[in-house]
Design a protein around this ligand. Structure first.
Ligand code: PLP
Length: 415
């Protein structure tokens, strides 16, 4: 088949695509020894799922189901959901946004595709712009989302060593040069893969830099406030006309509803709406229909504060305990877990690459995510890029323990 450049770019083999296929096959194998510590799925939380089920039944009982499945929403997404959400956010964070500042997409991944390609790539004046990630490692899903090659530039972090065999990546502002070739700054907060939460002051500094250079600051809030609120650090959620805040219903437990939420100035909101109209006609209506009443009645607060957050907090506490016990004799450090549901482990001076470690663990039915691909556009000579793995700690703790023990055993033999 004679594929266009677009066709070729988006069908060529990417490391992460292959990995996701691997993980999918492993998850479907139902192997009794499987320890699935990879993947980015939110955990199945029965209480949360029961609430979503109840809500779906209420939609059916109230004759709203037919509307949900039977109509295309406008390209910006369901109007009443955007109204209810803007009121809720204004109340929670003292903002003054309206439905004209909100556009819905078919998931954040979809939002980033629109945003990155609308703000960077080939520009009408013949220049070429890039999206800058101020802190590497960053969410791997960004890496292949540009219509052009080389659309991203990342910055190496400072590594701060902490107590209890933990560390934290910090933005190296001294190295953060923003030239004319930068079209937007983007970061995930909490960060996938590390669980990092960029501090309020650092974020304010990024926001000032973005404003100074007249480019938007895109904050990927997929794990942040107000939902799912899997965040343990003191993080203030700010928004201004120059900030594009991306949210999602996925990590709340609804990845199947494919609902992304973009909060931005009207110019960007209209841009997203126009792109949606052409590319998908209309965004999915299911997430909006399921969540409108829960947000309007404030029940979302109960869901996040009393069900989702405690679930992950308890999982995290148990994961840290198992980590401290099982890896005590090994030079393995953990990124300070401040949010999201991942542990990012740094195996210092690992004698093989983390991709090779992945293969060795896979042979033992333990699946972790090797860290290399999260260092988007980073100098591969920096050995740190090959020494990290990501673990999803939302798994049953017996599986986590077995997986950690097998990984520690492998590392002991390697070291
Ligand atoms: C940081 C981050 N952003 C965006 C996404 C994409 O989420 P969605 O399901 O809304 O497309 C993910 C999913 O893992 C993520 O971790």
């Amino acid at each position: 088949m004679n594929l266009s450049n677009f066709g070729r770019k988006f069908t060529r083999k990417s490391g992460i695509n292959q990995l996701m296929q691997d993980l999918g096959a492993a998850a479907n194998s139902n192997h009794p020894d499987l320890c699935m510590l990879g993947g980015g799925n939110p955990a199945f939380i029965p209480q949360a799922q029961a609430l979503f089920g109840q809500e779906m039944r209420a939609l059916i009982d109230n004759n709203l189901f037919e509307r949900m499945i039977g109509l295309y929403d406008g390209p910006q997404g369901e109007q009443s959901f955007r109204e209810v959400l803007s009121e809720y956010l204004n109340q929670q964070f003292d903002w003054s946004i309206g439905p004209q500042n909100i556009s819905l997409t078919n998931g954040s991944q979809n939002s980033f595709f629109y945003l990155f390609n609308a703000l960077a790539g080939d520009m009408p004046d013949g220049s070429f712009k890039k999206i800058m990630f101020p802190l590497s490692p960053e969410y791997v899903g960004y890496a292949d989302s540009g219509l052009s090659d080389d659309m991203f530039v990342s910055h190496k972090p400072n590594i701060e060593l902490l107590e209890n065999r933990q560390f934290k990546y910090r933005i190296d502002f001294d190295q953060l040069e923003i030239g004319d070739e930068i079209g937007a700054i983007c970061l995930s907060r909490p960060t996938n893969p590390t669980g990092n939460v960029i501090g309020n002051r650092e974020l304010a500094r990024l926001s000032d830099l973005a404003l100074e250079h007249n480019i938007p600051l895109i904050v990927d809030n997929a794990y942040g406030q107000p939902f799912p609120n899997v965040i343990y650090a003191d993080a203030k959620l700010n928004w201004n006309n120059n900030t594009v805040l991306c949210m999602s219903l996925s990590k709340l437990g609804l990845p199947g509803a494919r609902t992304g939420i973009v909060i931005a100035n009207e110019e960007i909101t209209n841009t997203i709406g126009a792109l949606s109209g052409i590319i998908t006609l209309a965004p999915n209506s299911v997430g909006a229909a399921l969540m409108t009443r829960m947000i309007q009645d404030g029940e979302i607060g109960h869901l996040t504060e009393e069900i989702i957050k405690p679930f992950y907090r308890q999982k995290l506490a148990s994961a840290i305990e198992i980590f401290n016990e099982v890896f005590a004799d090994l030079p393995v450090l953990m990124h300070k877990p401040e949010g999201a549901f991942f542990l990012w482990l740094w195996c210092k001076d690992l004698p093989i690459s983390s991709k090779e470690l992945y293969q060795r663990l896979k042979a033992k039915h333990v699946f972790v995510i090797p860290g290399e691909d999260f260092f988007i556009d980073m100098d591969p000579n920096w050995e740190h890029t090959r020494q990290c793995v990501r673990i999803n700690y939302g798994q049953p703790s017996d599986k986590l323990r077995t997986g950690f023990e097998l990984m520690a055993k492998e590392l002991r033999s390697l070291y």
